[in-house]
Design a protein around this ligand. Structure first.
Ligand SMILES: NC(=O)c1ccc[n+]([C@@H]2O[C@H](COP(=O)([O-])OP(=O)(O)OC[C@H]3O[C@@H](n4cnc5c(N)ncnc54)[C@H](O)[C@@H]3O)[C@@H](O)[C@H]2O)c1
Length: 255
């Protein structure tokens, strides 16, 4: 497919989960991708599997030095035009059980990482005539849950930073949007601990009563990376099975 032919992307957290699905889909559509992650073995194996279309680099998204090293590497694949800020870590503790160090660790990866990424790619995207930045937030950047004070705050921050960056970068033909997945069957969701059928059980009162799959979110990212999305910026794109719309109430009439 040629929907993304000629595009070069960086996908952070691209070694597994939604990041891996995104890397695979972007390549299927003709892009070349720099996979950036801290999980070197699966990251390198994925790049090897994709041949000339992908490279892997070890990158901690919270390190400015790692970003500075990644940009020239990405440019060896061609003119950089897409960044998918996908890497993040989950943390589930109450406010009273979250230490300052815990909180700052989540902020440094999930929030500072996205900020550094947008800053790092801007000069290249501007020089290359524009591009698309896709910041992966969450359903928890639209609402929240008990135990997510640290994680959710970073996902709301990603949503806010997306809008600020869209305002600043639009005149350079750089679009910046946030993607908001609901529950998606990855390691972050415990895919190594429970079957997909067991994961489905968490969502029985959702409009789509099942867990999401990584590729279903990657599809939204591929759209935003493509030239089909040229009038979309500063916006929230949701793939949550209807979670943010509400819950099915069994006490009320249903179809
Ligand atoms: N799975 C879900 O239910 C869900 C729901 C909403 C949003 N999200 C978001 O989707 C994105 C992808 O999540 P996932 O479910 O695929 O998770 P995952 O844990 O399977 O993958 C995350 C990837 O990020 C990498 N990573 C972690 N810290 C990093 C760092 N400092 N530098 C570089 N890479 C780092 C990990 O090594 C891993 O490869 C995340 O932003 C997450 O917050 C996930």
């Amino acid at each position: 497919m040629t929907r993304l032919a000629g595009k070069v992307a960086i996908v952070t957290g691209g070694a597994r989960g939604m990041g891996e699905a995104t890397v695979r889909l972007l390549v299927e559509h003709g892009a070349r991708v720099l996979i950036a992650d801290v999980l070197d073995e699966p990251g390198q194996a994925l790049a090897d599997d994709l041949g000339d279309s992908a490279l892997y680099t070890h990158m901690d998204v919270s390190s400015k030095a790692d970003w500075d090293a990644a940009i020239p590497l990405a440019q060896t694949l061609g003119p950089l035009s897409v960044l998918v800020n996908n890497a993040a870590i989950i943390f589930q503790k109450t406010i009273m059980d979250t230490s300052e160090a815990d909180f700052m660790k989540i902020v440094s990866v999930n929030q500072l990482g996205v900020f550094l990424g947008m800053q790092a790619v801007f000069p290249s995207l501007k020089t290359n005539g524009g591009g698309s930045i896709i910041n992966v937030s969450s359903i928890d950047g639209l609402q929240s849950k008990n135990s997510l004070v640290a994680y959710s705050s970073t996902k709301w921050a990603v949503r806010g930073m997306t809008k600020a960056a869209a305002m600043e970068m639009g005149k350079y033909n750089i679009r910046v949007n946030s993607v908001h997945p609901g529950g998606v069957y990855t390691a972050m969701h415990g895919s190594d601990l429970m079957s997909q059928q067991d994961a489905d059980k968490f969502y029985q009162h959702h409009a789509l009563p099942r867990v999401g799959l990584p590729r279903e979110v990657a599809a939204l990212t591929a759209f935003l990376a493509s030239d089909e999305a040229t009038y979309s910026t500063g916006a929230e794109f949701i793939a949550d099975g209807g979670w943010s719309a509400g819950l099915v109430n069994d006490a009320l009439p249903q179809l």
